[in-house]
Design a protein around this ligand. Structure first.
Ligand SMILES: Cc1cc2nc3c(=O)[nH]c(=O)nc-3n(C[C@H](O)[C@H](O)[C@H](O)COP(=O)(O)O)c2cc1C
Ligand code: SF4
Ligand code: SF4
Length: 263
């Protein structure tokens, strides 16, 4: 069965999950969602979507991707969401978006990995993150096993409170996802290395005349720029200087560049 696993990721959790799934299923192509919006011509027999949970829903770019997908009827469609705490309504929103394209979502799975959202405290320290990732590997084993067996249904129940919150907050998140340019800044530790420019999956960053990054109006709030800066120079608002920076230890900068990104 031809399989394509479409993925989006800011700090590597979802890329790691997508790779584990593609390896487990075998004969699967990994395709970055960034750069593929509106560009898919035909759907495979088995279609997978792997993405982080943002504001208890799918990232805006993932929703855009689904809305631009061609018509088709894959034999098996699965979605796997990685999250820091609760997936909320990520799966029900994804299911509804797919349904509007005439595609039914067969398997809905979520994996708790490591949170990375700076406005809500950011990522935990390395020890706590490491412990969580050990647990997440076991959860990923189970996810891969289920997908290999052609599981149909929903795995990983979510708290009803967060599902309701998602329904209210997510539309606002999506509407304002790109309004954050003014909140990003690079501090004096910036060496003008350009890594943030290259890693932004939507080419939203340029280096200005002073060599410091300038953020544009296409942000998807993935926080790759924040977490991957080798100097920890990228700040979001005024309270992030002391926050932990995080990326999945099994994912490198080069791996993230597969997502397209800046020049
Ligand atoms: C903008 C944003 C919003 C987030 N919202 C949620 C959320 O609603 N629930 C949750 O459990 N985690 C949330 N997170 C955490 C991510 O879902 C989690 O860290 C995910 O595994 C990151 O995947 P990645 O490494 O592939 O980017 C959020 C992260 C970001 C950047
Ligand atoms: S990654 Fe960090 S150090 Fe490099 S240009 Fe961006 S902000 Fe500056
Ligand atoms: S500007 Fe930063 S947070 Fe926004 S999409 Fe690019 S890398 Fe992600």
């Amino acid at each position: 069965m031809s399989t394509e696993v479409y993925w989006f990721s800011g700090t590597g959790n979802s890329l790691h999950a997508a790779r584990r799934i593609a390896e487990g299923l075998g004969d699967s192509e990994l395709v970055p969602i960034a750069g593929s919006v509106g560009g898919v011509e035909a759907l495979p027999e088995r279609l997978g979507l792997v993405f982080p949970v943002y504001a208890w829903g799918p990232p805006s770019i993932v929703a855009d991707f689904i809305e631009e997908m061609p018509a088709g009827s894959p034999e098996y469609v699965f979605a796997v969401a990685t999250c820091g705490a609760s997936a909320g309504s990520a799966m029900s929103i994804t299911r509804r978006l797919l349904k509007k394209r005439g595609i039914s979502l067969d398997a809905e799975l979520t994996v708790k990995m490591v949170g990375n959202y700076p406005p809500m405290g950011g990522a935990p320290g390395p020890e706590k993150a490491g412990k969580r990732l050990e647990e997440a590997e076991k959860d990923l084993d189970a996810v891969v096993g289920r997908l290999k067996d052609g599981f149909r249904g929903r795995q990983g129940g979510t708290n009803p409170f967060f599902r309701v919150l998602g329904r209210v907050v997510y539309p606002l998140f999506r509407k304002h996802v790109s309004d954050s340019a003014g909140r990003f800044a690079a501090d004096d530790r910036c060496t003008s290395c350009g890594i943030c420019v290259r890693l932004c999956p939507v080419s939203n960053i340029e280096l200005g005349e002073d060599g410091r990054p300038v953020w544009g109006d296409r942000c998807q709030q993935c926080y790759a720029c924040f977490h991957w800066c080798p100097e920890e120079a990228v700040q979001y608002g005024r309270k992030t200087a002391d926050q932990n920076r995080y990326h999945h230890p099994g994912v490198s900068q080069d791996d993230m560049l597969e997502q397209g990104g800046g020049a």
